[in-house]
Design a protein around this ligand. Sequence first.
Ligand SMILES: Nc1nc2c(c(=O)[nH]1)N[C@H]1C(S)=C(S)[C@@H](COP(=O)(O)O)O[C@H]1N2
Ligand SMILES: [Mo]
Length: 263
Amino acid sequence: MNIKQARKLGIDSDAVLKEAVDRIAIANKLSNPRRNFLRSTLTLGGLSMLTGCVLDDSASINAALGRISRINDDLQGLLFDPNRLAPTYPESMITRPFPFNAYYGEDEVRVVPEEGFRLEVAGMVTDKRKWSLPELRAMPQADQVTRHICVEGWSAIGKWGGVPFASFLKLIGADTTAKYVGFKCADDYFTSIDMPTALHPQTLLALTYDGQVLPPKYGFPMKLRMPTKLGYKNPKHIQAIFVTNTYPGGYWEDQGYNWFGGS
Ligand SMILES: Nc1nc2c(c(=O)[nH]1)N[C@H]1C(S)=C(S)[C@@H](COP(=O)(O)O)O[C@H]1N2
Ligand SMILES: [Mo]
């Protein structure tokens, strides 16, 4: 079915398609203009051919775009080189003050009390014990100065320190053949990442910012810091971590941001 036929049925398919494609393209376009493929080349007929689906309402168009988006994620996963390191910078290049961002304003930052805090671990792991902050601080720590890139159009260099995430996953007996690691946060944020990125040597379960305990605005008690991924993939205020083969999505991802979200 083409757009003319759709119009006859009273569906403004090109508007639906444009809006959905725009949403999928946001993250890709901002991170890499060469990936702006969908926006410039996709037609309703093309989408129908690619997916082999009859596209006669906005639900079927969105479902088809969702399938294309998962294929796009898989391709980005294949292109991801688990040994390639993101650039690091001298401390003199740290952006001061480092920007704050969340789906709410800085006056609404979640303040998680340290006392009684326990990190929960769930899903495909052999050890579901909960972790206190002193226990996490007692593990071998690493720090790095890297660039954080936000799709809203800014980037900044910061210094994060904490537990290399691969060692934490090993410690909890995570099944590293699983596809996803998901995160639940103390605000209503959530996200999930691919296992190869979880195991990347620069992926840190960050407990500090610039040598100090991570302040509330940057995600106390902990955030996952990945210099290989865009800002929205880096969850702050982590409360629970789970390992799964079921696609967990994410706060922005479920609203159309690219799931893989590489930078
Ligand atoms: N819990 C939580 N984590 C989050 C967000 C959020 O709103 N809540 N926003 C994300 C986005 S879009 C960005 S750019 C970074 C901002 O991190 P910063 O405040 O340390 O700069 O946090 C990410 N992680
Ligand atoms: Mo962001």
